[in-house]
Design a protein around this ligand. Structure first.
Ligand code: GLN
Length: 234
């Protein structure tokens, strides 16, 4: 099991993480209920890690970290509850397991969803939480349902911008004090005179989230950052 997170989660990120296997390959679970599981798994393996698909609670044991992929957060919410994963996942997040969420995964890690979808019974979708922030789903609007852009991204190895693909992506509307903003994207808002920079990547302690999908562009540095977080090197 992971050691508990430090009480002060930011900005030092000095969380002692442990693979329990120093120098060995990190075991990274990829939540495999839905979404772009294969792409994340390939990226982890390309970086020398072991990717482990997770579909049931027993598969959450002895992981060094976990990825929640992009997909559809409403479906993921429903399936994590149906498969009995929601409770164990919340516990692991609370206990300090390093978790990276991309797109729908970011929504799952957010404490608050600004505009949750509501099911037939009037129940709003739920997130797992962990990141002290408010996220807005499908935030870029119809014209920009999907787009690509180059972003400056803090904490990566190398200076080159990140090629980011956004697909019906969320943005982060508000962050708590312990949450570090790693990347923003400029957005022209209809009503705004000025362009607003929207938050699209964050970190807090052992949790990392991006609105976009690095796993589908061949960009490996964000997964590399995540592995360094797992190893306690970032
Ligand atoms: N719009 C999706 C949601 O609400 C996220 C899209 C994605 O993961 N590419 O979950």
């Amino acid at each position: 099991m992971m050691s508990p997170p430090p009480s002060d989660v930011a900005p030092s990120h000095a969380a002692p993480s442990g693979t329990g296997n120093p120098g060995g390959a990190v075991r990274v679970g990829v939540l495999a209920l839905q979404g772009d599981v294969r792409e994340h798994s390939r990226t982890i393996e390309a970086l020398g890690g072991r990717a482990v698909p997770v579909r049931r609670p027993a598969e959450l044991t002895s992981l060094d970290g976990l990825i929640i992929p992009g997909g559809e957060s409403t479906t993921m919410d429903r399936l994590t509850r149906v498969f009995g994963l929601a409770g164990p996942l919340r516990e692991l997040i609370g206990a300090g397991l390093p978790v990276y969420g991309s797109c729908a995964g970011m929504i799952m890690l957010s404490d608050v969803i600004a505009d949750p979808s509501v099911d037939g019974l009037g129940e709003p979708q739920r997130s797992l939480g962990g990141l002290d922030m408010v996220v807005r789903r499908n935030a870029f609007g119809r014209q920009r349902e999907s787009f690509e852009t180059d972003l400056a991204f803090a904490s990566l190895v190398g200076e080159e911008p990140v090629r980011a693909v956004f697909i019906r992506a969320p943005w982060v509307e508000k962050v708590g004090r312990g949450v570090e903003v790693l990347a923003r994207v400029p957005v022209d808002e209809d009503t705004a005179v000025e362009t607003v920079a929207r938050i699209v990547a964050v970190r807090s302690g052992q949790l990392l989230a991006t609105s976009f999908h690095p796993e589908i562009t061949g960009e490996r540095r964000i997964h590399e950052l995540f592995i360094r977080m797992i190893r306690g090197e970032a």
